[in-house]
Each structure stands twice: as structure tokens, then as C-alpha cells.
Write a new protein. Structure first.
Length: 280
């Protein structure tokens, strides 16, 4: 899987769609965004990470200074399209000449390598290409199975894990259920679902998730005894579903797919609460 090439391909596909779209067209999988905002977001993300890698910034203070120095994406459609192309080219230039194991700043404290950026940008470009296809009423092109399997793991290991870490710093988090992701023909992923207690009258309890720690999954352990939900589907279906793109399952170019969710009602309810929050 040549992630750098795929980032370029997916970014070009989404840009080709969005430059022809009505700028005010709603993005169904990103509530509150329109087509112009989606293209601006991709432009900003690629420009930011290209500059992070080029500058070799390594501290949060350096990142904050870098971020504050960047110009916002232009509003003019033609200028925005050109800025997106420039930002993506700059990002690919950095990724194309450096190895995954090289040190590089990231927002995930446990992974400060360039490989994190490459992996993250592959999945972000793929998902936003799906967003663009849905925005334009196009059939959704299925990601490759290798990307999908990695994307399921990335969701549990990085996206849900980071949300769990940040929430745990502010709220009391208690495990309430065990989720098993079962992609057909792929590896199972066990996910701990936890309830994070509200800290004030204006807040509500929320559900957070992370990959279940291996040491907590032995038979007879507390986590194994929790209510369980299981989600089964093709790797592509589970990939899109875990990343909050369930709407895409009915629009897949190869035919509609679904994710089958079964299990204890309390566990299923916790899972539904997690999915309603989306990826933060």
C-alpha cells in the first residue's frame, strides 16, 4: 500500500468533484459544512502538515507559532482550487522523501513519527473524498480492502483512543460495555466502551471508546464480563461506519452494504451513543 500516492489520488479526486460542485451544497456527512468549506478544510490541513514536516517543528509552542502564521484558505473558488493543489503538492513532497520512522510532531503523544502523519492523512483524504462524492450525488468508490482494514484499526487505536485520553483528563470514565468489530475475512478488534460522567449541569454523560487493553481481555476479567455488542460487515463497510460515514453504505458503487449490530441492549445503546458523537 503506497500511502503517499493514495493521498495524492484521493485528494485530486475530491478536488475534481468539489471545484465543479455548487459551493453552497451541503456535505451530508459533515453537518454544517458546505462544499466550499470542505475544500478549504482539506487545503488547510494539507498546508498545515506540509509546514509542520518542512519546518521540523517538535514542540507544542513551535506548532502554535506555526499555526498562527498560516494564512487562511482563500474564498475565491479559483484561488482556493489553486491553493489546494499547492498545499497537497507540498505535503506529498515531504512525505515522498522521508521514512515513517523519522521523528515528527503529532497531536498523539504516543506516536511522534512521520508515519503517524502519513497514515492519518491517508485516512483523512479517503474519508473526505467519500464526503465529496456524497455531496455531489456520486456513487461512492470503495476504498481498497487493505486501506479499510488499517482504517478500522486506526479508528480504534488513534481516533477513539485520543478522544478517550482527552476526555479522561476532564471526566470520570467507567467501562460499561465491550464492542467486537468483526470485518469479514479480517482480524477482530475489541473495543472498550466507557461512560464519561458529566462535570456540570449544562453537560450530559457521553460515551468514549478505545481499543481494549490486551491484559484486560483474559477470560474472567472485568472487561470480558461486561455487556457485549458485535458489529459485523465487510472491511469497507465497517471502515466507513466506524468513521461516521454510514450514509455512504447505501451509495457504494459496487452495491449497497450494511453493518449488522447485535448484542446486549445496553451495549448496543452505548455503541449508538458513541456513533452519534462522531469522530472528534
Amino acid at each position: 500500500m503506497d500511502a503517499t500516492t493514495l493521498i495524492g489520488q484521493e485528494s485530486q479526486r475530491l478536488a475534481d468533484l468539489l471545484v465543479r460542485a455548487d459551493p453552497a451544497a451541503a456535505v451530508p456527512t459533515c453537518p454544517g459544512w458546505d462544499a466550499a468549506e470542505l475544500l478549504a478544510h482539506v487545503t488547510q490541513v494539507h498546508g498545515f502538515w506540509a509546514e509542520v514536516l518542512a519546518s521540523r517543528a517538535s514542540t507544542d509552542a513551535q506548532i502554535e507559532a506555526l499555526e498562527s502564521s498560516l494564512e487562511p484558505p482563500p474564498k475565491d473558488p479559483e484561488a482556493l482550487a489553486a491553493a489546494r493543489a499547492e498545499a497537497t503538492a507540498a505535503l506529498l513532497a515531504q512525505l515522498g522523501t522521508r521514512a515513517d520512522e523519522e521523528p515528527a510532531w503529532s497531536w498523539l503523544s504516543s506516536d511522534q513519527t512521520l508515519g503517524f502523519t502519513r497514515r492519518m492523512q491517508l485516512h483523512e483524504a479517503t474519508m473526505h473524498r467519500v464526503d465529496a462524492e456524497l455531496t455531489c450525488g456520486q456513487a461512492v468508490t470503495e476504498p481498497g480492502e487493505e486501506i479499510a482494514v488499517d482504517g478500522i484499526a486506526h479508528c480504534a487505536d488513534v481516533m477513539w483512543e485520543a478522544d478517550h485520553q482527552w476526555t479522561s483528563m476532564q471526566r470520570t470514565v467507567v467501562p460499561v460495555a465491550l464492542l467486537v468489530l468483526r470485518p469479514q475475512g479480517g482480524p477482530e478488534t475489541f473495543v472498550e466502551l466507557s461512560r464519561a460522567a458529566a462535570t456540570g449541569e449544562d453537560e450530559e454523560d457521553i460515551v468514549v471508546a478505545r481499543r481494549a487493553p490486551d491484559q484486560d481481555l483474559a477470560p474472567g476479567t472485568a472487561l470480558r464480563e461486561l455487556p457485549r455488542a458485535e458489529a459485523t460487515g465487510s472491511p469497507v463497510a465497517l471502515y466507513l461506519w466506524t468513521w461516521g460515514r454510514g450514509l455512504a453504505l447505501e451509495a457504494l458503487a459496487g452495491g449497497a452494504e450494511s453493518v449488522d449490530v447485535t448484542g446486549d441492549p445496553d451495549a448496543v445503546a452505548a455503541l449508538e451513543a458513541l456513533l452519534r458523537r462522531g469522530l472528534q
